[in-house]
Design a binder for this molecule. Structure first.
Ligand SMILES: [Zn+2]
Length: 245
């Protein structure tokens, strides 16, 4: 039977206590972790997106669109997906600290913004890739987000002229199997699973957390999730405030 806490200070105190006991906790995070840093959640995108883009984000972030409308894909990608001004918030910073202190084994994230690494986390499994890696399909050369921003139109590899594609899992593409397996392993071996900032409805989130066989599951999310029913503790509050301990 799960217990729900709505007060952020109470949530922080409960999280602090659980993490202090944990030796290999895993944090599974989604878009809500990044929205606290000002990064828009394109999955819950509203009409704003349509004001000067002719297609909905789900279309523009599809594999087929990347192939057929590469220049328009990059217009959207540069303007909406790369947010270099964003900085880690309290949740990112606390997770990095918990890893340094030996309580947290890994972060598994659906986000592509690199904020966990910027905060100092080392073991980060990026299920959907990262805007910070953009790979030449010809020779495999890797370019940072800054390079993509500095090149208008369709970016071409400086070494071979090949088309550069973001190392981001687009709709219609498979997840990287190595990342998926590493995430499963981390979750399976975890003694505490904290799920944060995700509605857990996007594949493969719901499936992945089912590998957890440890002691306690905590959900930190403003809105209800399918995991609430089986979680030991649900913190229905702001995620950055819940990690303020
Ligand atoms: Zn190349």
């Amino acid at each position: 039977m799960s217990r729900t806490v709505t007060d952020a200070a109470q949530a922080a105190s409960e999280l602090s206590e659980r993490f202090s006991r944990a030796r290999r906790a895993v944090f599974f995070g989604g878009a809500g972790v990044s929205t606290a840093s000002g990064i828009p959640d394109f999955r819950s995108a509203d009409g704003l997106y349509h004001q000067h883009f002719r297609y909905p984000p789900e279309t523009m972030l599809g594999h087929d669109f990347f192939v057929s409308h590469t220049a328009e894909f990059y217009d959207f990608y540069r303007e909406r997906m790369i947010c270099l001004a964003a900085r880690p918030n309290q949740a990112h910073l606390k997770l990095a600290e918990l890893e340094r202190e030996g309580h947290l084994a890994a972060v598994v994230t659906q986000n592509i913004d690199g904020l966990h690494q910027m905060a100092g986390s080392r073991e980060v499994h990026e299920l959907h890739g990262s805007v910070h890696r953009n790979v030449c399909r010809g020779c495999g050369a890797v370019y940072p987000a800054e390079w993509v921003l500095a090149h208008g139109g369709v970016p071409r590899c400086e070494k071979c002229g090949g088309l550069v594609k973001p190392d981001v899992v687009l709709y219609g593409e498979q997840l990287d199997e190595r990342v998926l397996l590493a995430s499963v392993r981390a979750i399976r071996e975890a003694d505490l699973l904290v799920i944060g900032g995700t509605s857990l409805v996007v594949y493969p989130a719901a499936g992945l957390v089912s590998y957890f066989g440890g002691d306690e599951v905590v959900v930190v999310n403003r809105d209800p999730t399918p995991a609430d029913a089986t979680a030991d503790l649900v913190c229905a509050c702001d995620i950055a405030a819940a990690f303020d301990f």
